[in-house]
Design a protein around this ligand. Structure first.
Ligand code: TYC
Length: 104
């Protein structure tokens, strides 16, 4: 933070702004043995606006590595996406897990 040294030796320090940017949240999909690959690709396209190529790449990365990031959002948006994805997966009887975590 900028500080100003006055002639009498006093130092004026600017105060830290009292507002902080709200934390952002990663939305993650977890791998499992039962959800079909095609279904995960559809989820990534439908809820995370990915084209088919990118969705396929992310799905395969989750399949190989156990989890993967779908995007970074504000808390409300992340929480809505998690609910929508889980609800859509359950409607189709798939165990797909979707979680959010603070983006440190
Ligand atoms: N592992 C699943 C299969 O082999 C595919 C899959 C990918 C499932 C990503 C979940 O988040 C996931 N059918």
């Amino acid at each position: 933070m900028t500080s100003i040294q006055k002639q009498d030796g006093t130092v004026l320090e600017a105060m830290r702004p009292k507002t902080r940017r709200p934390p952002l949240y990663k939305v993650l999909l977890l791998n499992d043995d039962f959800t079909p690959m095609d279904f995960v690709v559809v989820v990534l396209q439908k809820y995370f606006s990915m084209n088919r190529e990118r969705a396929t790449r992310i799905m395969l990365q989750i399949h190989r590595e156990g989890m993967g990031m779908c995007g970074v959002f504000t808390k409300d948006v992340a929480s809505t996406k998690v609910k929508q994805v889980v609800s859509y997966a359950r409607q189709h009887q798939h165990p797909l897990a979707c979680v959010m975590e603070e983006n440190e």
